[in-house]
Write a protein that binds this ligand. Structure first.
Ligand code: FES
Length: 158
């Protein structure tokens, strides 16, 4: 993490969105869009620039599900576990991916930063169940075997 660059970019977003408390979410969104997560180094900087305390910022960052404090992999795989996908056996797909990548519920990103595996409650693609997305792209009618093949394909691509 290049902290100097992080601060410079954050300054730009603060200039655009403003340094008032009501701009906090917009600034956090911009940071997350750029880095795919919220680097902790930015909290003290934001606190100083926005005249807030770090606990307030941390509270907002942890309240909204879309914010992540953890660096994510190059490929973010979201396995749907909504009702339609669950009844069509999404859990074995999730388990297979985690087993292949040595991940679990508390450890979502591989050490080589290639893969992050998360669950979501519905991808809005229930007709394609069981579904998962890779960096937002939907993969339909998945099985554990197809998920393993997909990992191999992504590894080749990387
Ligand atoms: S329940 Fe899986 S896409 Fe809706």
């Amino acid at each position: 993490m290049n902290v100097k660059e992080l601060y410079q970019k954050t300054d730009g977003w603060l200039d655009s969105f403003g340094r008032e408390e009501r701009s906090l979410i917009a600034v956090l969104q911009a940071i997350q869009e750029e880095y795919s997560y919220l680097p902790r180094e930015v909290f003290p900087y934001l606190a100083k620039e926005m005249n807030l305390n770090e606990a307030q910022i941390y509270g907002v960052a942890t309240f909204y599900e879309n914010f992540s404090l953890e660096a994510k992999g190059k490929y973010v795989i979201k396995v749907c576990d909504g009702t339609a996908c669950h009844v069509r056996k999404s859990v074995p797909i999730l388990n297979k991916l985690r087993q292949e990548l040595k991940l679990d519920d508390g450890r979502k990103t591989t050490d080589d930063q290639l893969f992050t595996v998360e669950t979501v409650s519905c991808l809005g693609a229930c007709g394609l169940a069981p579904a998962l997305t890779v960096n937002g792209e939907v993969h339909a009618a998945m099985t554990p075997e197809k998920a393993v093949a997909l990992l191999a394909e992504l590894r080749r691509e990387a």
